[in-house]
Design a protein around this ligand. Sequence first.
Ligand code: ADP
Length: 232
Amino acid sequence: MKSWKQQTEFVNDAAHELRTPLTIIQGKLEYMLTKPNKTIIDEAEAISVSLDEVNRLNSLTNNLLVLARSDSATTQSNFELTTPDFFLKDPIEPFKDIINSQSKVFQINLLHKPVLNLDRDKIKQLLIILLDNATKYTPQNGTIKIYDQIEGSKYQFIISDTGVGVADNDKKKIFGRFYRVDKSRNTNSGGHGLGLAIAKQIVELHHGNIFVRDNLPHGSEFVVELPIKRNH
Ligand code: ADP
């Protein structure tokens, strides 16, 4: 009953999220049809707004597909033995330029080399979600950092930022589907509240754990904990 209720809720929320951009695009197209003699330049604003909405729809449907496929276990996983040099350093490389170009600082402090059994593509997707959020929710001149540590038989990598932070009441909820802390604030950043739900799903597939804690004096730290296969 619980999982049926969750599915219904998911479909409801998804339909709701799809409806908003569709309504905007429909409105703009209908408006343009009432002005058949105008040129593309005249209607550049309506076209560009529609295109933004199409882009949002694209990323939303991609995310919905990722979640749905994973729910029904139809995605193939590609597990292999690997070390943080490969599964962390390579995917974070492009973020150096992206973060610096936004006048933010990116610090990398990865020291450990345990062997883990994981799907590198999925971990890359997880890193992109977390680094993208850290960048999105941190103002200019802020600092985004990735560092690692070993806790017993677990390897942890931590993405910390000096951004807006997450209130205690939201720390668990943000990993839920479609959950956004402040909807109005996030409309501009274009998210649908699915990123962290996908991140959680990826970590669970790896029998790991993900949680958020405060980064003092401000900002947040997203901790990803994965089981170590063997230590060097
Ligand atoms: P979104 O697409 O809205 O970013 P996510 O699932 O990735 O969706 O994140 C859910 C919510 O968690 C965000 O809307 C935001 O309120 C909060 N959040 C995520 N990452 C951070 C962060 N690094 N700092 C502050 N808040 C964050």
